[in-house]
Design a protein around this ligand. Structure first.
Ligand code: GUN
Ligand code: ZN
Length: 429
């Protein structure tokens, strides 16, 4: 059976940071043909209708069909403590995050939060997330099972910590290695799931634990590794105290085999020139979390400078350090943060970051994140007039970008009219 989705379509031939907005292909009356979970064709509605008369037609009118959003860094266990008031990073972790994460040894609790988190993601148009779990293997099983039930492509790993965390949230170097390895073996490559080796960040791991996880990564170079890097100044000073022999924060990871092209480094705000050069040299991915960076007061990510020097960059909510599940809200925050650094990111660049940019950061370019024949059919249908204020602004638009930008700046889950996952409609379609 074939499905033919009709609406405006938006795809990219290249990275708009390099090629400009002309990298975008916009079809006013476009169509996406879906077959066997994949995008079979993208083109003009008239042509695809005529060529596929047997396809089931889903006419979304003036709405915009796009690849689903890809959230490249989130903590699903923090769903329950989203929008907790008023702390800096280390305080916020100790006051809100760690007590909540302590609850995820209970499989029923983990399952309930995993399901609620993925449903919130889908309602916001996010069809893939790369998430931290907690120290408990049960928390990984819960998220992967919930993703499997929804047919979602999800990446995740057990968050390892063996110091500077409450007793109930600490493992050991050996347990981190053993449990990560066993979860990796059980889940990686099953359906649409990928295991990600996950040391939380340098301060919560002993050198032994970092070395053990570095060893595991070298035994399994096919998986990604995710962590945090240079988010707040106090954190960087703490890392310098804990690892006096390291040249800088990134060097801690480098020394323990935790730096590479498959590495995902969340935040990466306060980087030295040496760290930038080294990240670029290995081809690591930096994950920009703008709502979190403003919410926790972390700082202003240098999007323009980092893109100009050729870094790979993804975009993410950082739930629950970030206080919104919406990648639209996240794009708006990325726009505002860049403005504060003197750059106006173009809507094409923002949309690309939230889809293909994040997919590429996760090593999934061409698989998800783009409306390309052969890619997996994770799609969203975006209402460009979802609220009165957006509708009245979009009505004056002279081109696609003017029509899209009000939704980027003012939109939320009400703008997501439908989502398709693995070629199947979910929820409100
Ligand atoms: N650094 C280490 N852990 C965390 C976390 O859970 N959230 C954020 N924003 N930063 C971190
Ligand atoms: Zn994080």
């Amino acid at each position: 059976m074939q499905d033919l989705l009709l609406g405006q379509t938006l795809r990219f031939d290249a990275d708009p940071f390099q090629a400009g907005p002309e990298a975008a292909r916009h079809e006013r009356r476009g169509a996406v043909l879906v077959e066997n979970g994949r995008i079979a064709a993208v083109g003009a509605a008239d042509l695809l209708r005529a060529a596929h008369p047997g396809a089931r037609v889903h006419d979304y009118g003036e709405a915009l069909i796009s690849a689903g959003f890809v959230d490249a860094h989130a903590h699903y266990p923090q769903t329950g403590i989203i929008a907790s008031w008023g702390k800096r990073l280390i305080d916020w972790l100790n006051t809100y995050t760690f007590p909540e994460e302590s609850r995820f040894g209970d499989p029923a609790y983990a399952q309930a939060v995993a399901e609620s988190c993925l449903d919130l993601m889908l309602a916001n148009g996010t069809t893939t997330v790369c998430s931290f779990c907690t120290i408990h293997p049960e928390s990984v099983d819960a998220l992967f099972a919930a993703a499997q039930a929804r047919g979602m492509r999800v990446l995740a790993g057990k968050t390892c910590m063996d110091r500077n965390a409450p007793e109930t949230l600490r493992d050991t170097a050996q347990a981190a290695y053993d449990q990560s390895k066993s979860l990796l073996t059980r889940w990686h490559g099953v359906d649409r799931l990928s295991y990600v080796i996950t040391p939380r960040f340098a301060p919560t791991s002993t050198p032994d634990q970092l070395a053990a996880l570095g060893a595991l990564w070298s035994e399994h170079p096919e998986v990604l590794m995710q962590t945090h890097l240079s988010e707040q100044r106090e954190e960087i000073a703490w890392v310098a105290d804990l690892f006096p022999e390291a040249r800088d924060y990134l060097d801690v990871y480098d020394r323990f085999g935790l730096l590479g092209a498959g590495g995902l480094y969340g935040h990466a705000i306060h980087l030295t020139d040496r760290e930038r050069a080294r990240l670029r040299e290995v081809g690591a991915a930096l994950i920009h979390c703008p709502t979190s960076n403003t919410f926790i007061g972390s700082g202003l990510f240098d999007m323009a400078g980092l893109k100009a020097e050729g870094q790979r960059i993804g975009l993410a909510t950082d739930i629950g350090g970030g206080a919104s599940f919406s990648m639209l809200r996240t794009m708006a925050a990325a726009y505002e943060v860049a403005q504060l650094r003197g750059t106006a990111l173009h809507p094409s660049q923002l949309w690309w970051l939230a889809t293909e940019g994040s997919a590429r950061a996760l090593g999934l370019g061409g698989v998800i994140g783009s409306l390309t024949p052969g890619a997996e059919a994770d799609l969203i249908v975006v209402d460009l007039a979802s609220t009165p204020v957006i509708a009245q602004r979009a009505a004056r638009a002279n081109d696609l970008w003017e029509a899209l930008f009000p939704t980027i700046m003012l939109g939320d889950d009400r703008a997501i009219r439908a989502a398709w996952v693995n070629g199947q409609p979910v929820g409100r379609s």
